[in-house]
Design a protein around this ligand. Structure first.
Ligand SMILES: [Zn+2]
Length: 368
């Protein structure tokens, strides 16, 4: 009974202050409306064609003042309504006589698309760089286009663009990795220490696709490769050899690069010794968390990659088969996803603001 009285008191109290309650609700509504207006308001001037084109020239995503292939002179930007972008590079001369036109998108990541540049720009720098998913990106681009009174684009275009952007990241990163092997920065009073491990990307009982990672314990630099279903020594050892410095100066055992793997892998210490490394196999049940003998760094990397790629965007084996039928290189496809996660990892690690993330992405998309 006492409980009931308490509830009655509460109801009575609220009733007596019903006006106050109503006002509070109205205030809440106003706050929500303001938030919505803030989030979805775009400045049309920033998506105007000339403005976007100049921006892309400045960012070097489109090539500025390309060289004429006929005379070697600088081409001039002209208005031309025959082109989707209403602009074209042109060179006309009498000696030698020629009139050459060049699409402003040539060699850029946008070359294979025939949707307006403001749409591609928005999807690249307001969606992809901020790790927005496909569906959220579609909602946002539709919203922008409806505010601008222009036709929007399709999910298909977004998927194709994001795939092309991931491919750019892959090409850039893999090239960078081949020039910068791991193991050049030894730990203080120590030797370079690299953890290696394999993790499943996707799979079913018949077929699995794996990734293989090597990560430096000191600077947390990571190299991650899709190795398809081949986790044999024959496939992985050459990757280790070209990715990790041996630090084998003067054949001094004490200076050799240490490589840590877990015990489940089939690596043989001899194979590593022959290549100038020292392999430590970590038995989780005995050594986990003890001193230098652990693979915690690479375990942390796996969870980051899986989270940042949204578990590889929930791709299924059936989808992989579809991609294969479209003659898409599956290894490159997954390497693209891996590189995208590493890109997002860098943004997270450095606490990049939105603008910094855009600049960081534009570095990968530069045309030269
Ligand atoms: Zn010329």
């Amino acid at each position: 009974m006492e409980d009931n009285n308490e509830i009655n008191d509460m109801v009575n109290n609220f009733n007596s202050e019903s006006n106050y309650e109503q006002n509070e609700e109205e205030e809440e509504d106003n706050i929500n409306m303001n938030q919505i207006n803030q989030i979805f308001h775009y400045n049309p001037a920033e998506y105007e064609n000339d403005y976007i084109i100049n921006k892309l020239f400045e960012m070097q995503i489109l090539k500025k003042e390309p060289i004429c292939e006929k005379c070697g002179g600088k081409m001039k930007l002209e208005n031309d309504n025959q082109y989707l972008d209403k602009k074209v590079w042109r060179c006309r001369s009498k000696n030698p006589k020629h009139d050459v036109k060049r699409n402003i998108r040539v060699n850029s990541v946008y070359e294979i698309f025939n949707v307006p540049l403001f749409i591609l720009y928005f999807l690249t720098f307001e969606c992809f760089s901020l790790n927005k998913k496909i569906n959220k990106s579609l909602i946002d681009i539709k919203d922008l286009c409806s505010q601008l009174g222009k036709p929007a684009t399709t999910k298909r275009v977004i998927i194709k663009l994001f795939r092309a952007l991931r491919e750019k990241l892959r090409i850039f990163m893999h090239k960078d990795w081949s020039n910068n092997p791991l193991g050049s920065e030894p730990a203080e009073n120590g030797v370079p220490r690299i953890e290696i491990d394999e993790s499943e990307i996707i799979g079913n009982q018949n077929n699995k696709i794996w990734m293989f990672s090597l990560i430096d314990r000191v600077d947390k630099e990571a190299r991650v490769f899709c190795v398809m279903n081949d986790r044999t020594n024959e496939n992985l050892l050459p990757i280790i050899e070209r990715t990790v410095l041996t630090n084998d100066i003067g054949n001094n055992w004490n200076l050799k690069t240490r490589i840590y793997s877990d015990c489940y892998a089939s690596y043989q210490p001899n194979d590593f010794e022959e290549r100038g490394y020292i392999l430590h196999r970590v038995n989780h049940s005995v050594w986990f968390g003890q001193g230098l003998f652990h693979t915690n760094t690479v375990e942390g990397l796996w969870s980051k990659i899986k989270r940042l790629s949204n578990n590889f965007s929930g791709i299924t084996m059936n989808y992989v088969n579809e991609l294969q039928n479209e003659e898409i290189n599956i290894k490159n496809y997954f390497d693209g996803w891996i590189c995208y996660s590493l890109f997002q990892r860098h943004i997270e690690k450095n606490h990049f603001a939105t603008t910094e993330s855009k600049i960081y992405l534009s570095d990968f998309l530069k045309i030269n």
